[in-house]
Unconditional design. Sequence first.
Length: 171
Amino acid sequence: MSEPSDEEAVRRALGGDREAFDLLVTRHARAVLAVARHRLRDAASAEDAAQEAFLIVYRTLAELRDPARFGAYAVGVAHRVCANHFRKLLRLPGELPAEVESTSSPSRAAEAADMLDGMPSDLREIARLKYLEGCSYAEIGGRLGLSFHQIDYGLRRARRWVRERMGEASR
């Protein structure tokens, strides 16, 4: 007997069949891990991110609109998990996330601290308000006296700044 399609496996998993979900994980683990490795450029962090992505997928499986697109859904969740990893790095100097401070790689924690310390203060402040305090563009604008476009541009520059530094660090 052939293995069930993704659509059938999702239906079974939603019905409580854990083996069906295990089959989906096995089938799509390579793609999810590849995304995480590409985005994070660290094998241990990538494995953690892939595991977190599948936990989220499991908890939100009922929200999947098209069960036949399970693989695309899992990869999309992996992208978001990796993006959240970088958002956690956008902190003020000296304020590192617990997972960076307690990492088994002291050099990676030092690299993250150096990167954050070096971020231009105007970008760091906008990013801090958006990603750490969860402020809306209107709230950021009110606090800093900036327009929507200035905030949007500043956040794009901050994200680009982090991506560039992470790319340089992996070379």
